[in-house]
Design a protein around this ligand. Structure first.
Ligand SMILES: [Zn+2]
Length: 181
């Protein structure tokens, strides 16, 4: 099924169950029941503070972060939902290394749990470059429900992809909320 591109890594049994929810028009209400509201971390400043709070709790000794921001171009340019980049620049004759985290702007209007899952993923890359066991262990250390949240987050993207908004965007007050069936 083309509309389940966000669930490509999951088993057929799972994608069939999701397909069932979609065909019964229940995916949106299923998600709303579990995640009734969107967070209000709507600026880069707040996103930076949110990220630094997690970093200082779990990764106190990791490399510093120079920037955390929402990025509207991520899903277009990169096949990713978040992005961690290690940028080296020559500044005033010195080589400066900077760690930056960018979060796809789709997560500006999302439950706090999904935002945290993305931030945890990108923070884990400060220590572990590859998506290996050590990487996911670190993700689960910061967020024990990491894998469940990743799955639910993919359900949310699937729902959006099918054209159904889930939360009221405070920047677009006229836009309709989820049609509850
Ligand atoms: Zn990654």
């Amino acid at each position: 099924m083309r509309q389940l591109k966000y669930l490509a890594g999951y088993s057929e049994k799972v994608t069939q169950q999701v397909g069932q929810l979609i065909s019964e028009d229940q995916l949106g209400s299923f998600l709303l029941k579990k995640y009734p509201a969107a967070h209000d971390i709507r600026t880069d400043r707040l996103l930076y503070d949110f990220t630094m709070a997690i970093k200082s709790e779990f990764l106190r000794n990791s490399q510093p972060l120079s920037k955390v921001a929402y990025d509207g171009k991520i899903s277009l340019v990169h096949p990713a939902l978040g992005l961690h980049s290690f940028v080296s620049r020559v500044q005033g004759g010195k080589l400066k290394a900077k760690n930056e985290i960018r979060v796809a702007s789709v997560f500006k209007l999302a439950p706090i749990e999904f935002l945290k899952m993305i931030v945890v993923h990108e923070l884990a890359h400060l220590k572990e470059k590859d998506h290996d066991k050590a990487f996911y262990r670190l993700c689960e250390h910061m967020e024990p429900a990491y894998h469940q949240l990743e799955f639910d987050m993919r359900l949310y993207l699937t729902h959006l992809d099918l054209g159904g908004p889930l939360y009221q965007d405070p920047e677009k007050p006229g836009e309709a909320k989820l049609r509850m069936v």
